[in-house]
Design a binder for this molecule. Structure first.
Ligand code: GLN
Length: 278
């Protein structure tokens, strides 16, 4: 079985889960044999990603996966001549898939942290990020101080969750954990959580989409706190493979990234999604 970019055809947790099973068996077959595909072509990599993390990866109205991560991976694969299957499984699941050998790599707005470097090898950084705290625009919460005695929503396994956990005693709030950003936002909109903690480019995009489309998409939120640029929670995104594994894929990613930065493809992709692109 040889599927290219099949993740682009599907959305939804059930389909994503079946794609994982597919990617896993495909992967184990290919590692056991040197001629892993019917026509003897090179290996098809399995790449795990998040489900809903716009503008980096998200399903559009036609259920096609797109976003900065999706598009730069496609451009790098084209530049470097490799094939891959994209599995949108969720952020924490994506990291676990790679660690369990069910995926060769992960691209999911994944922050390059010292802790993760103990278990993953990262590509060169491809996007700067920080983390922030956001509340509904009509909220009375104006700063972290106003979260005292309240509950906030965080996303499992993320840097923003780590930031929230590191300050919750100081500010006196509790946390509820969600697997995906979209369900986390819904909890805030439903009034169950007073705020959510999220990556700033992702929250900024959700807010800008709301402003552009008058509430049809995006979020009617405002950012009330953001870490400083020199914080340990302000780290760029990288593509990752399991530590010590898939060095050839990491090299292809880095070589391709350099090429698409040089020829303007990277800037073009980013400016498709982000208005004030660097
Ligand atoms: N950048 C954050 C992290 O790596 C969140 C990524 C995500 O939710 N996809 O922890």
């Amino acid at each position: 079985m040889k599927l290219k970019n099949v993740g682009a055809l599907f959305t939804g947790a059930l389909l994503a889960a079946s794609l994982v099973a597919c990617g896993g068996s495909q992967n184990s077959q290919s590692t056991g044999s040197s001629s892993d595909s019917s026509n003897g072509a090179a290996k098809t990599y399995t790449i795990a990603t998040d489900t809903a993390f716009a503008p980096f990866e998200f399903a559009d109205a036609t259920n096609t996966y797109k976003g900065i991560d999706v598009d730069i991976l496609a451009a790098i694969a084209k530049d470097q001549g490799f094939e891959y299957t994209l599995n949108p499984v969720g952020f924490d699941a994506a990291l676990q898939n790679v660690q369990a050998g069910q995926a060769d790599g992960v691209i999911a707005g994944m922050s390059i942290t010292d802790q993760r470097k103990q278990t993953f090898d990262f590509s060169d950084p491809y996007y700067d990020s920080t983390v922030c705290c956001a509340v509904p625009t009509n909220s009375e919460v104006k700063s972290l101080d106003d979260l005292k005695g309240k509950n906030v929503a965080v996303k499992n396994g993320t840097q923003s969750q780590e930031w929230a956990d590191s300050i919750k005693d100081q500010y006196g709030f509790t946390t509820t954990t969600f697997d995906t950003s979209d369900v986390m936002y819904q909890d805030v909109e439903a009034g169950n959580s007073a705020a959510c903690f999220e990556d700033t480019p992702v929250m900024g995009y959700a807010i800008s989409q709301y402003e552009e489309t008058s509430g049809k998409e995006g979020k009617n939120f405002k950012i009330v706190a953001e870490v400083e640029a020199d914080s340990k929670f302000a780290t760029p995104y990288g593509f990752a493979v399991n530590k010590g594994a898939n060095a050839e894929l990491l090299k292809k990613f880095n070589d391709g990234l350099a090429n698409i930065k040089k020829d303007g493809t990277y800037d073009k992709i980013v400016s498709t999604y982000v208005k004030s692109a660097k």
